[in-house]
Design a protein around this ligand. Structure first.
Ligand SMILES: NC(=O)c1ccc[n+]([C@@H]2O[C@H](COP(=O)([O-])OP(=O)(O)OC[C@H]3O[C@@H](n4cnc5c(N)ncnc54)[C@H](OP(=O)(O)O)[C@@H]3O)[C@@H](O)[C@H]2O)c1
Length: 426
């Protein structure tokens, strides 16, 4: 074997610890695959004295020094779109070191600039672990599914949301209840906003869309809605109609524009995406004439995420230096965002109304006025005096028209809560 490939790792938490352990356990085989001995020459984290469950060799208090030493590669596993993580990646690339990261927030925000920096310095920047954890979807989009182009990517990209929705369905409990339990079990962060609000899915979607369509990652163009407003009623009604609610990230090409959105969606119970359970992830790629491809597996956690990081390390050590987003940075286009409000689908609508004469007629009137026609309806009476749930499935209608009708309906004093609208996935 030729000279060793020197690796510096910043961040020794869930993912960094997993990478160090995997290299300790399987380093010989991985080195043979890379064609060079993989050697960790430096590590850094916040607290030198933390018990980590593995031998810490080559410690430095200053992560930035890793980007200035003799390492061939810096592995950034600290996280965050700014601060030390960004500084470290920029310094490493500027010093002609390859970089591997799992940091979706950093790449979704600064992807183009970092790709340009990597190219200028003749090094690579790899990020398989940044989207869908252990699922090799980055490689699939960057190299595998390129012959016929990609028309759409749809994914369950956040394990916390999928766990919460799965638990709500199996137990009938509320969002708040299940979230609290997920936090106690360590499946959800103390501040869950980025997960349940859809922001984390948006970061990953922006990266997948860039790989799929050859565009500059554009986080600002992703319309984002989370799962906080989903009720046990919505989940029960979905089941009655033969659907399951999932938080999806969806990117699709519409003419010469790209539509990117994150939102809860009704997915037919027999569809592959409806059967991604618990904290797992799933991604469906519509690759034109090549057909549809479905990937699923563990999207987070120590071993799956370390698996993706190790794949990137071995590939780069073996000399495979593919362009960051699959094309030279100068070739990435800036396609205009599509007007997502014109996207057409059937809709699930739920209204909480007072059980008084004329309410249903008034809702139907507003819907008709906006050109929204109803395919089916369920009305459920609860205790006397309590609000009644009215649920409707619409025929295919543009989002803007449904929103117009719901705005008028919500203004009525007979409507007790903000009406809920969820698209039905075709
Ligand atoms: N966890 C997952 O399943 C997963 C999945 C996909 C992607 N990712 C991404 O992977 C990255 C790491 O996530 P993680 O879950 O491994 O995080 P984590 O467990 O919180 O670990 C973060 C590590 O960074 C170190 N660190 C934090 N601030 C630092 C600073 N200012 N200077 C030096 N070191 C610092 C911490 O040091 P101490 O240990 O000393 O506190 C810790 O070792 C993030 O970008 C995340 O989005 C994670």
């Amino acid at each position: 074997m030729t000279s060793s490939f020197k690796i510096a790792i910043a961040g020794l938490g869930t993912v960094g610890g997993g990478v160090v352990k995997a290299l300790a356990l399987r380093g010989e085989d991985l080195s043979r695959r890379a064609g060079r001995r993989l050697e960790i020459v430096g590590v850094s984290a916040r607290d030198k004295n933390k018990a980590r469950g593995f031998a810490v060799k080559g410690w430095t208090d200053d992560p930035l020094s890793l980007a200035k030493g003799d390492a061939d590669m810096v592995v950034e596993l600290i996280g965050g779109e700014e601060g030390i993580a960004r500084q470290l990646v920029e310094t490493a690339l500027a010093n002609k070191k390859h970089v591997v990261t799992a940091n979706k927030a950093l790449l979704a925000k600064h992807g183009l600039q970092l790709a340009q920096l990597a190219e200028k310095n003749g090094v690579t920047l790899k990020f398989e672990a940044a989207a869908a954890g252990g699922i090799p979807i980055v490689k699939a989009l960057r190299e595998g599914l390129i012959a016929h182009g990609v028309d759409a990517v749809k994914g369950i990209l956040n394990g916390t949301c999928n766990y919460i929705l799965t638990e709500m369905e199996s137990s009938g409990r509320s969002f708040a209840d299940v979230l609290k339990e997920a936090q106690a079990k360590g499946y959800a962060e103390a501040d869950p906003t980025l997960d349940v609000g859809g922001g984390d899915t948006a970061h990953k979607l922006a990266l997948l869309a860039s790989l799929a369509f050859g565009t500059v990652p554009n986080l600002d163009a992703v319309a984002v809605e989370g799962i906080e407003h989903i009720t046990p009623d919505d989940i029960a009604f979905a089941s009655e109609f033969g659907y399951r609610i999932k938080l999806l990230g969806v990117a699709r090409r519409i003419g010469n524009k790209i539509d990117q959105k994150v939102h809860p969606a009704m997915v037919k119970v027999r569809a592959a995406l409806a059967n991604v359970p618990g904290a797992a992830n799933g991604v469906l790629v519509d690759a034109g004439e090549a057909g549809s491809f479905f990937f699923s597996g563990r999207g987070a956690g120590e071993a799956p995420t370390a698996s993706a990081v190790i794949a990137d390390i071995v590939e780069a050590a073996g000399g495979v230096l593919s362009p960051v987003f699959g094309r030279p940075a100068s070739d990435l286009s800036r396609l205009a965002p599509a007007d997502g409000k014109q996207a057409v689908s059937s809709w699930y609508l739920r209204f909480e109304v007072l059980d008084v004469p004329g309410v249903l007629a008034s809702i139907a009137g507003h819907l008709a006025e906006a050109g929204v026609s109803i395919e089916s309806m369920i009305q459920r009476v609860r205790a006397p005096g309590a609000p009644v749930a009215i649920v409707m499935i619409t025929h295919e209608t543009a989002q803007a028209a449904v929103e117009r009708a719901l705005k008028a309906i919500a203004a009525s004093d007979k409507v007790r809560a903000r009406p809920c609208m969820i698209p039905m996935e075709s």
